[in-house]
Design a protein around this ligand. Sequence first.
Ligand code: WQD
Length: 345
Amino acid sequence: MRILVTGGAGYIGSHTVLALLNSGYEVVVLDNFSNGSWEALLRVEGLTGKRITLVEGDIGDRGCLDHLFAENAIDSVLHFAGLKAVGDSMADPLTYYVNNLAGTLTLCQAMSCADVHELVFSSSATIYGDGHPMPLHEGLPSGRPASPYGRSKLMVEEVLRDLAGSDNRWRIALLRYFNPVGAHPSGEIGEDPQGAPNNLVPFIAQVAVGRRDELVVYGNDYSTPDGTGVRDYIHVMDLAEGHLRAMVALSERPGVSVWNLGTGRGHSVLEVIAAFERAAKRRIPYRIEARRPGDIAAYWADSAKAQAELGWWARRSLDEMMADTWHWQQGNPCGYQRKLGIATG
Ligand code: WQD
């Protein structure tokens, strides 16, 4: 089977491409390299011994998509391509709606014309909004996400529901991620944010490797056990494996299926710091500052539905997440430095 992975050169995309190749799938990657890395794909080819068909382009480019589908018999699409920086989306909402929403509309139009109706969408737990009791389960009504990023994810979910409701050929999985962290245990691929990381774990990793002086902990006055924010961190390899399970399940599940991809456990910022210090065997200097606007105290997943329906659950512990993060960062202090081309299909 041949799978199209949009955004396959990105953090979660590249780890999922690796899992697909190791499971015997052929992979076509479409990426505009606005945030992804050529080097990541080169290393995935090295790790798997398999070739990737790469198309450099944008999901909003209909001509590029039509050519890709004409040249490659695609069976299923895993759709990661999109912008995901919450703060940037506040400053530039239009860019987020054009990329995340309009881009997905163009992708779906091209898929429909090519008679490809199987789609796994990279959604987010941010669509729940806040105010719900924990843990968050798929039956909850969506809230009002706190950012244009989150709202773009919710809008895409609504579009995909309407699409599936209009044509029973569509088989769509909405995967609601909690907090993806970690790296492939080889240390060859991992998270390589552009500029200063917005997210906790890559920032800690850059402090540990000497790229940043200290971590700022945003608030220790939340109603949580130690006062710092609590999140459901999930290893990126568990996340990747969840995508493969969802993709396989779609062959028997017409319409729209929704699954949380989380561990079902929450950890505080201080617990994450402590776990990272155990992994890296070094202290992480930090200082406490005021809460970050838009943050909520705590959220974590009810992960029972994916376990019951997909036979999938997150297996890797917080310590493993931090150990794999450190292995990647220690070996790649500046992320993917080289930007090499690879054979394009
Ligand atoms: C986690 C905790 C912060 C940075 C992210 C993405 C969002 C979604 C889920 C995909 C919070 C604290 C952080 C720092 C800190 N991903 N923190 N110092 O905010 O849950 O959301 O993951 O859909 O798109 O943004 O993750 O890692 O930014 O924050 O104290 O330097 O760490 O306050 O409590 P968040 P995060």
